[in-house]
Design a protein around this ligand. Structure first.
Ligand SMILES: Cc1cc2nc3c(=O)[nH]c(=O)nc-3n(C[C@H](O)[C@H](O)[C@H](O)COP(=O)(O)OP(=O)(O)OC[C@H]3O[C@@H](n4cnc5c(N)ncnc54)[C@H](O)[C@@H]3O)c2cc1C
Length: 328
């Protein structure tokens, strides 16, 4: 009997790396994502800027670091493809000497590159994952279904658990406890385009602790980073104010006022507020993935940046680990 394609839920970094790794192992995969395009938190937005020209702003991940040999190998492929380059050796005076990488044309291009070689359907929101005739059945909100013996779930863990609950798929109690403990911080992101260069210092990024600034955790000048042809700045907000200001009607105005030191005397051409409900795992798993094999031979794998050490590196390593688990 032909081996059914692995179903990968989520076309963020973890899901796309997993699908590519499965293909390398000769196992077909189908990837579904609820968004209009792949990338998840590898997100790049276009916004009107100086002279009606289009600015490009990373509004999820801003840069990444490379610590493990496995991620270095993945990134080597991205560098060979001309997708990514070193941005700087850290932020602040002199940096810390550790390379920070960025994508040449915005982080989302990394996702597009990885998605080009996989069978991907976007605008496909999964409603449930259930057991059906000895297989796993993935049901979309539009009623379409996919079946396979293997499913990789890469949405933020609370969202993945909700899909199983919708499908009345019961997990062992210990696993529910482990996965149920995983939680995420929210993040507000303010995107601003200007009529001239910002006041963000070299190399175009400022990392701030809660003691440095009450609101912002990162300020990134997308023009200085080299991804925007016109001045465009991204502001990320710390966990606590993101939570507190989430639904407040005047949040964008308040953040714009607080952003002024980095905008100098420039006039704001356009601004936009983006909300990341699941921005960053607060409590993560110590495992690289969680794989569950049931008596009927079906395998369910949880992966994503809540595993393998968070951030882009963790998401990629978790995707690799999920594919390896299924290969084994
Ligand atoms: C504001 C912000 C700043 C960040 N800065 C950095 C940084 O500077 N450096 C760094 O290394 N990392 C950074 N990160 C983290 C990095 O972006 C993530 O770790 C990584 O992109 C996560 O990838 P993932 O595949 O695990 O999850 P995601 O990218 O969240 O992918 C999950 C996918 O699942 C899809 N999905 C969810 N539910 C469903 C459903 N029901 N049906 C179908 N599809 C579904 C989503 O649409 C999404 O595409 C940042 C993140 C944010 C939000």
């Amino acid at each position: 009997m032909e081996t059914p394609a692995v179903i990968v839920i989520g076309a963020g970094l973890a899901g796309l790396v997993a699908a590519n790794a499965l293909a390398d192992q000769g196992r077909a995969a189908v990837v579904v994502d609820k968004a209009r395009a792949p990338g998840g938190r590898l997100a790049t937005r276009r916004l009107v800027g100086l002279g009606e020209r289009t600015a490009r702003l990373d509004h999820g991940a801003q840069f990444f670091t490379v610590r493990s040999p496995d991620f270095a190998e993945v990134v080597h492929g991205w560098r060979r493809a001309g997708l990514v380059r070193e941005w700087c050796l850290g932020f602040g005076a002199g940096g810390d000497g550790h390379p920070r990488y960025c994508a040449e044309a915005g982080m989302n291009t990394v996702a597009k590159f990885l998605a080009a070689s996989v069978d991907l359907t976007c605008d496909a929101t999964v409603h449930s994952v259930s057991r059906h005739n000895g297989l796993l059945r993935v049901t979309m909100t539009n009623g379409d279904t996919l079946v396979s013996d293997s499913v990789i779930l890469t949405p933020p863990v609370p969202q993945s658990l909700a899909l199983l609950e919708n499908g009345e798929l019961v997990l062992p109690a210990g696993v529910v406890d482990e996965l149920g403990a995983i939680s995420y911080a929210r993040c507000l992101a303010l995107l601003v385009t200007l009529d001239g260069p910002s006041s963000v210092p070299d190399p175009g990024g400022v990392q701030l602790g809660v003691d440095d600034h009450p609101l912002f955790s990162f300020v990134g000048d997308n023009e200085m980073k080299g991804i925007s042809d016109v001045p465009a700045v991204t502001f990320h907000v710390h966990d606590e104010p993101s939570q507190r200001m989430w639904d407040a009607p005047d949040t964008e105005a308040l953040l714009l006022a607080a952003a002024r030191p980095w905008l100098g005397e420039r006039t704001v051409v356009a601004s936009e507020l983006k909300k990341w409900r699941y921005a960053r795992p607060l409590v993560a798993s110590t495992a690289t993935h969680v794989g569950l094999e049931s008596g009927d031979g079906t395998r369910l794998v949880f992966a994503g940046d809540a595993f393998a050490g968070a951030k882009m590196e963790g998401a990629a390593l978790s995707g690799l680990a999920a594919a390896e688990y299924l290969a084994g």
